[in-house]
Design a protein around this ligand. Structure first.
Ligand code: ADP
Ligand code: MG
Length: 838
């Protein structure tokens, strides 16, 4: 909220409180003295935004006359206070008018502004938008700590939920603890010190109660040791694990029990995510105050019928129970309601986006020429699988529509997505439109270019009548243009556009694309550079979706007049989740591999037997095969990961395989370096490629037969599955060796699944169950509202929210009905920061 808005809110509150100087804790003067400068700045800013800049000096003069920095409100009697405030209100009215004259204000991005305006018009709920300093005990200094957590208003604080609860009434004696269960103990700190865990510093403490002692460790938090004074009382809560045959806690929740009162409340105590300088005790006090003072002002935006149908608590109950649940069941109901809200708003948002996008402008309806299809399929060296046929039908049906296709094509590694893409591109070309095919790396783009040319050379005659073309093809190092005649009624031209082309080559291609002399362009990010202008882009295909962000997807889409869009991915995710995350896309799945495809034989190996793996590699390489060795994942640091890979490469080159040709590939290398190495490997110039996880994406190296994954326990199952998809691309048997340190039990279980399961979808679901969606997707699901309570792995809730969203829109597409008014407001509010989406 801007300074000027909070001023307005606080003064209004003060007026309602009868000029008693109770609107802000500590008194109005204190607030004004502190905030005057900020308010002044926000005044300048909001007037500038309205393009009424020339008014700024005039307004500032009036503002300065109030002399807020030296206000003396407290010393006035009620009448004087009233008068003084009325003057300010008049001033604020004028500001508001100036802002309203230009409607820009309501459209300025940023939640708080829009929200405040809306709520003010509504004439209720003002309290929720007050700065948290209105809450007893929250001084500006504390408010600034909250600001770091993005908590600025009372509303924000009400929605600052505990991560979990500690049930102090149910605590255990140390001697009663059971491995594998989540439990709480209280005891005395015997000793605590900084120690080395793995290769990083952490804290170790020994806690004792009347029945025994237990060790607790915290990774990466050496600073805790200082907090843990000997003999201090502490509560520890977490899952008890076993190492070296001894029970212990690993990075448990903890709380120093200075405050005895908490202990004896005999209830579920909320544990909030904390920041430096905000302590649990404090935060609890504030949330309690916020609930007591403001929960009645929360209005429920969910229609009654939805709440009844889905058996949901009303909003204010849910919020208070989320902080201070009566019992475990209430905590669950509260979280169910709040999670539902998030998922419903997410669903409504994506569905609305999809509708807007498809209905706002017409798409290009293609004619599907059966003859073209048949001819191509006839010359294809294989026939399509049933799944490919079905997906092709779904795609063609979309292309025929006068609204733009937006389809997500999921298919396991090797399931044959490229043929489908090729067919769609041909149909587009046959309709006189250009098609673009974007891949995440140069070498993949080259691969697609080569295989599409290969397919086409069987159907049409290579070469063109335009002589200029063949000259170019010969003179350039790589073929970047190919032309086939005899297939379509006119010659069909395909181009490869990648970053490493010379400027001349690029300019030449840009020119041809602009003049519609190219029908199909295959490329990398180079395709979405601003120099690339299509003459008539009708279809955009994006391969390996997870490597491209939402924004890149939309950049490509904007290169044409509402082109059809097909997104392809080999990282399958469960249907319901796909519908949520890519709710603006329809879903097609190739759930069948071409016949005769061999599974990649997969085996776990303990690190101490690594020698066996090396011997196996040698044998394969003697038989004219190639191998990958994948280095362990180093979380959060690509540069450490690269360093580790370099060390591994040097070690293997010197000590293990001095007689073989080794190559190195890691994320810190330039795109062109990476491509160069991959080319050498593909062309057989390298026997063993040592790589970090960058190698994951769909590269085809026919002779590679073995992949060894070091530190396998650190990777997700889906990622391991992608890795092993790199080998056995040819007819020969492929092998995958997963090397792990002696891992804890559950990690081993995970790796065992890799030996048994070869279906990427099943593995993805297992992955999700085991690790949760956060890790599954990495960090870059940008462009969507945050999920604080909801879990994407909760497929049932996802499904429920989606159904409700569909029902609501069917019944009231624009949310105009009275019962949906608040919901509509809420929807605009949570999506207002995400204008870039789609
Ligand atoms: P992905 O879905 O991983 O991108 P590709 O499209 O690269 O898979 O196909 C993998 C390999 O399978 C290619 O060599 C392709 O020619 C081949 N292929 C695709 N469809 C079939 C099919 N129906 N029958 C036999 N081989 C196929
Ligand atoms: Mg592929």
């Amino acid at each position: 909220m801007t300074g000027i808005d909070s001023l307005r809110n606080i003064l209004e509150l003060e007026r309602r409180k009868g000029y008693s100087d109770k609107a802000v804790f500590g008194g109005l003067d204190k607030y004004l003295h502190k905030q005057a400068e900020q308010i002044r700045q926000s005044l300048v800013q909001s007037l500038n935004e309205t393009k009424r800049k020339k008014l700024v000096p005039q307004f500032l003069t009036s503002f300065d006359e109030f002399n807020l920095t030296n206000s003396d409100y407290a010393s006035y009697d009620v009448d004087e206070r009233k008068k003084w405030l009325e003057n300010i209100f008049r001033f604020l009215k004028q500001v508001e008018k100036a802002e309203e004259k230009n409607e820009l204000r309501t459209r300025t991005p940023g939640k708080s502004n829009a929200a405040t305006t809306e709520l003010r018009q509504q004439g209720q709920n003002e309290g929720l938008n007050l700065p948290i300093t209105v809450i007893k005990g929250i001084a500006p200094k504390i408010a600034s700590k909250f600001a770091k957590l993005n908590i600025n208003t009372v509303h924000d604080l009400l929605y600052f939920f505990p991560r979990r609860y500690v049930d102090y009434s149910q605590r255990k004696a140390i001697s009663e603890l059971i491995v594998g269960q989540e439990q709480t103990i209280t005891g005395t700190i015997w000793q605590a010190n900084i120690t080395t865990l793995g290769n990083r510093k952490g804290t170790e403490a020994i806690i004792a109660d009347e029945t025994g002692t237990i060790r607790a460790v915290w990774f990466n938090q050496p600073f805790l040791a200082r907090n843990f004074r000997t003999n201090a009382r502490i509560a520890i809560s977490g899952t008890v694990s076993e190492f070296n045959r001894k029970m212990g806690f690993q990075s448990p929740e903890w709380e120093l029990l200075e405050n005895k009162e908490l202990l004896h409340t005999g209830r579920l105590v909320p544990i909030y995510p904390l920041t430096q300088g905000l302590y649990p005790k404090q935060v609890r006090k504030y949330t309690k105050e916020a609930i007591a003072g403001y929960i009645r002002q929360v209005s429920d935006f969910l229609p009654e019928e939805v709440k009844t149908r889905c058996q949901l608590l009303d909003l204010s109950t849910a919020i208070s129970q989320m902080h201070y649940p009566a019992d475990q069941t209430m905590a669950e109901s509260a979280s169910k309601r709040l999670a539902f809200d998030e998922l419903l708003l997410l669903q409504l948002g994506v569905l609305a986006k999809k509708r807007d996008w498809q209905e706002s402008q017409p798409g290009n309806a293609f004619r599907v020429d059966q003859e073209v299809l048949d001819k191509f399929l006839h010359y294809l060296p294989f026939s399509l699988t049933q799944a490919q046929k079905r997906v092709l039908e779904e795609t063609l049906a979309d292309l025929k529509q006068p609204k733009a296709m937006s389809r997500l094509l999921q298919g396991d590694v090797g399931s044959g997505k490229t043929v489908i893409a090729t067919l769609a591109l041909l149909i587009s070309a046959a309709n006189g439109y250009q098609g673009a095919f974007m891949a995440p790396t140069e070498i993949l783009a080259e691969q697609h270019f080569a295989s599409i040319c290969d397919y086409l050379s069987k159907v049409g005659t290579p070469g063109c009548h335009c002589e200029e073309q063949s000259d170019k093809a010969i003179s350039s190092e790589r073929n970047t243009l190919a032309c086939y005649s005899g297939f379509l009624p006119r010659p069909l031209t395909i181009a490869l556009l990648v970053g490493s082309l010379s400027n001349n080559e690029k300019a030449n291609l840009h020119d041809k694309i602009k003049r519609a002399e190219v029908d199909i362009v295959i490329g990398t990010h180079a395709l979405i550079q601003k120099e690339v202008e299509f003459n008539k882009l009708g279809l955009a295909i994006i391969d390996e979706q997870h490597r491209f962000g939402v924004l890149q997807r939309s950049a490509l889409r904007q290169k044409g007049f509402n082109p059809h869009v097909l997104v392809m991915t080999a990282t399958p995710i469960p249907r319901t989740m796909a519908l949520t995350l890519y709710g603006d896309l329809d879903l097609s799945i190739i759930d069948e591999l071409p016949p005769g495809r061999q599974i990649v034989k997969t085996k776990r190996l303990e690190a101490q037997y690594r020698e066996k793996a090396y011997n196996f590699l040698r044998r394969e390489i003697k038989n004219n095969r190639q191998a990958f060795i994948i280095c362990p994942l180093v979380e959060e640091s690509e540069s450490l990961e690269a360093k580790a890979a370099i060390t591994e490469y040097e070690y293997l080159s010197r000590e293990v395989f001095p007689d073989l040709k080794l190559g190195l590939l890691h994320g810190q290398m330039h795109g062109s370096e990476k491509d160069a190495i991959m080319r050498l490997f593909r062309d057989g110039e390298i026997d063993i490629l040592i790589a970090t996880s960058v190698v994951e994406v769909g590269i085809d190296v026919p002779k590679a037969s073995v992949i060894v994954v070091e530190g396998a326990e650190r990777f997700g199952l889906s990622q391991l599955h992608q890795f092993r998809g790199r080998v056995g691309r040819d007819k020969e048997q492929g092998y995958c060796i997963l090397i792990s340190e002696k891992a804890p039990h559950e990690l081993n279980e995970r790796l065992q699944l890799m030996e048994k399961i070869h279906d990427g979808f099943v593995l993805a679901e297992e992955d999700l169950k085991l690790r949760g969606p956060g890790e599954f997707f990495g960090t870059h699901q940008s462009g969507m509202p945050d999920l604080k309570v909801a879990k994407l792995s909760d497929l049932r809730s996802l499904e429920l929210a989606r159904q409700e969203a569909i029902t609501i829109f069917q019944n009231d597409p624009l949310l105009r009905k009275a019962k949906h008014r608040l919901l509509g407001q809420q929807l605009r509010q949570v999506w207002s920061n995400n204008a870039e989406w789609s």
